[in-house]
Structure formats: C-alpha cells, structure tokens
Design a protein around this ligand. Structure first.
Ligand code: DOR
Ligand code: ZN
Ligand code: ZN
Length: 462
C-alpha cells in the first residue's frame, strides 16, 4: 500500500506498507518499498487508519433476525470502515452458556464480513457457564445490565454483581456494564406513567443522570471489592463521567466508552414529530452534556468510542406512547464518519481517534497487540478514509436491515474508501470485494490490569 498518510501510535507519517500472510511486514518511508508481489493499494491523498474496532454492537441473531443478522450487520460494519465488532449478548436466547456462544459463532461463520468477538452475559441463572466460555475461547469479555433494556435480560442486584465480577476477574476478563440503576428506573417509570406522561422527555426523566451515576458507583464498589476490571458502556452524562473519574481515583480499573449519539446529539436535536427515533438507553440528555463528553474523549479521560448499533424495524419505533416504542437505532456504519467529522472540525485529534477506535478497545478486551495498531507483526487491518470528502447521512444509503438514524440529514465525512481485514480488501469504494465468510472470531489473551497498584480483591485467579 503506497502513498497514504499512515496513522501509527507514534503519529501520522508518509509511509508505504507491505503486508504478507495477513500481517504487516514492513513500514517504510514513502517511496522505498520494492515492487509488490501481488496486489497493490494506492492510498495517495488518503489517510490510513488502524482498523476500527467497534466494541459495542447488537447484531440480533439468534432471535431477532428480522432486525439484523450476522450477514447484514457485518456488511454494514465493513461499509463503515469497521474491521472488528464485539457483539452484545441480549439476543434470544441470551449468550449465557458455552453452547449458546458456540451456536452464535456458528451463525457468524461463513457469513461475517469482518472479524468478531462475543460478550458473555453474566446470568445468575447460569453461574458456572462463564468458565467454559472462557476456557473454550468463545468470548472476549462479560456483560451485565444493571437496569431494564431491550430483551428479556436478567438485571443484577449488588450480590449478583459482586459474584459475577469475582468470577469474571478470576478468568482475566473485563466486564462491560450497562450502568443504569434498575430500581431507580422502575420507580421513575411507574410514577411517570401514573401521571399520564407519554412523551420522549418522560423517557429521559425516568432515566435521570442519577440512575447512571448510581449504576457506575455500584459497579465501582463491586469492582473495588473483587479487583475486577470493568468497562462502562455508553457514558451519557457529565455526572456519570465524574463517577468514572472517582472510581479510578479509588484504584478501580475502569475503562469507559462514548457512543456517537451521546457525543453529538441532545434532546433538543430531536424533531417534535419524529422524536421516537431518539429513544435510546441511556437517553439523549440536554445540550450541556455532549461537548463535555467529547472533550473528555479528546483528552483521553473517556478511552474509546462505540456505535451501540441497536437496530429496530420502523414498526417498533412507532407506538401510541414513548413507553411502547423500542430503544436504540443503527450506528455501526456511521460511527467512524461522525467522529471523523469532529476530527476535521478540529475537536478531536487523529491520534486520539485512532487510539479510541483501535488501540483502546484492543487493549481493554485482550486483542492487543495482534489488533489495534499499525505495526509490524500485527493483523493487517486498515480503515482508509478521505478526510476531504463529505456527504450527508442518509439511512437509505446504509446496509443493515433497519437503518433509521437520528443523524439523518447531517453533513459528515464521506463513507470510508476501503476496509482491509487481515490483508484482504473487503470493501473498496462501496463495493464488497471479499466475503462473506472472510471474517473470523478474534483470539483473546488475558488482559493486564491498567492500574499500577492492584487493589486486593476476592477474585480467585487460576
Ligand atoms: O437503547 C438501547 N438499545 N440500549 C440498550 O442497552 C440495548 C439496545 C438494544 O439492544 O436495543
Ligand atoms: Zn447498554
Ligand atoms: Zn448496547
């Protein structure tokens, strides 16, 4: 690959890259590489980024294939420049046993365009299943929901959270948390429904930032007691962010993620007549939060970005009131474009973009150093973009099954030019060139704790 501006952990440089057997073999100052043995990619005038890892997607299969499946979800992913997805367990059945994880990977085999990993649901109904899932290399991390959301998923009380985190930590696994406190939400919903509220704002009021703060604080307390590394999914409020910083100051290994909709949208962006598309958990908040969250990402306080791709069919987004409407929307194909737009606007450095979309998720979930950076020996995963091209976001041009997006109509950096996975050009100029079936499960190594002084914990390590 010649001619591009290549974003490595040391900075953006004019480099040519040689790839063999799916790995980077040479990074060389421009113009010094010999002739290619096989294919050559011309990246003149383009930026070459480490392959984007989206650590939070819901691909719905098995159980909700009408909303998305492994073929359509990974097709959308590679169209959006994503080379690896990490998939959430709230399918039907939820990914809570080794048998189900194996069955889910079998559904992806032969149909996935990009590499993929699964999260295991920490389910008190299946306390002994995490160990075989990890031993058999079926999952990259664990997931817990502290409050109600899409799917028939058990939510954990503090005892369940402590037990689950202790098990996960003993297995060298980071646990992702949907950190909205269940009892807070259930009480809020009951009171608002009794008061006859049916509007989008009522959804926000039922899920105040205090529910998020409490969820993060419960997580921090359980992580401190068990020594477990944890990951806060989709931080949505400045109060939640402050709770993350307090947990870290207390010695907890807590990574955090920012979804594009929480970084760039607020309630006031939602049209009065089309508000249902803006329903998501945790909710969009007032306009004071997004710039501060983006600033925290730019400074490295929030580690990584994610799409929280959560597609629902249009019918599910219509209903007589906000309570009966589905939460979530498509995002995997748009997340990179939206954050790259902040890069071109000068609000996020390209260096931080690469860290937040590749290095940070790779390190947090044990994919590093094989994935997450452009370096000799790593998987040759690349996202190639033209930062000078712009195009409006239009759901009709997206490639999933349910493509509605609250970003409809926004100007953004144009879709990526190419997606390269383990040396193969999977997408170029909007055409699929390799696959389906090229994507394969990622290999995970146990993660290293991020904090220098480990807290003493209950986790049995073996
Ligand atoms: O809005 C959401 N949708 N939040 C979640 O936590 C789950 C997701 C989904 O699966 O639909
Ligand atoms: Zn969530
Ligand atoms: Zn989610």
């Amino acid at each position: 690959m010649r001619g591009g501006t290549v974003v490595t952990p040391r900075g953006a440089r004019a480099l040519d890259i040689a790839i063999a057997a799916g790995r980077f073999t040479v990074l060389s100052p421009r113009g010094r590489l010999g002739a290619a043995g096989h294919d050559e990619i011309d990246a003149t005038g383009l930026h070459v980024l480490p392959g984007i890892i989206d650590p939070h997607v819901h691909f719905r299969e098995p159980g909700f294939e009408y909303e998305e499946d492994w073929l359509s979800g990974t097709r959308a992913a590679v169209m959006g420049g994503v080379t690896t997805v990490l998939e959430m367990p709230n399918t039907d059945p939820p990914t809570a046993t080794a048998e189900r994880a194996r069955a889910k990977l079998a559904l992806a085999a032969g149909r996935a365009f990009c590499d993929h990993g699964l999260f295991a649901l920490l389910d008190p109904g299946h306390p002994d299943e995490l160990r075989p899932m990890v031993r058999q290399g079926l999952v990259v991390g664990a997931k817990v929901f502290l409050g109600p959301t899409t799917g028939d998923i058990p939510t954990l009380d503090d005892a369940g959270l402590l037990a689950g985190l202790a098990t996960a930590a003993g297995l060298g696994l980071r646990t992702c948390v949907h950190a909205e406190d269940g009892p807070t939400i259930e009480t809020g919903e009951r009171l608002l429904k009794a008061a006859g509220r049916r509007d989008l704002a009522a959804h926000l009021e039922a899920r105040p930032s205090g529910a998020e703060t409490l969820g993060i604080e419960r997580t921090a307390a359980a992580a401190a007691a068990t020594g477990a590394p944890v990951h806060v999914c989709h931080v949505s409020s400045t109060d939640g962010l402050a709770a993350v910083e307090r947990a870290r100051a207390g010695g907890v290994d807590m990574t955090a993620e920012l979804a594009a909709h929480h970084a760039f949208l607020s309630m006031s962006d939602m049209p009065a007549d089309g508000w249902a598309i803006g329903k998501v958990n945790p909710p969009l908040r007032d306009a004071s939060h997004p710039p501060q969250l983006l600033g925290a990402l730019a400074r490295g306080i929030i580690d990584m970005v994610a799409s929280d791709h959560a597609p629902h069919l249009p019918a599910a987004s219509r209903g007589p009131d906000i309570w009966s409407v589905a939460a979530g929307f498509a995002g995997v194909e748009l997340c990179a474009r939206i954050y790259l737009t902040a890069v071109t606007d000068g609000r996020l450095s390209l260096h931080r973009f690469a860290q937040a979309t590749a290095e940070a998720p790779a390190r947090a979930f044990g994919l590093w150093p094989l994935k997450g950076h452009i370096a000799v020996g790593a998987d040759a995963d690349l996202t190639i973009v033209d930062l000078s091209a712009r195009a409006p976001i239009s759901s009709s041009r997206l490639h999933g099954k349910a493509t509605a997006t609250p970003f409809e109509g926004r100007e953004a950096v144009a879709p990526p030019i190419a997606t390269v996975i383990r040396g193969r050009v999977v997408m170029r100029d909007g055409e699929l060139l390799t696959g389906p079936g090229w994507g394969r499960p990622v290999a995970r190594s146990p993660i290293r704790r991020r904090v220098a002084r480990p807290v003493r914990g209950w986790a049995r390590s073996d």
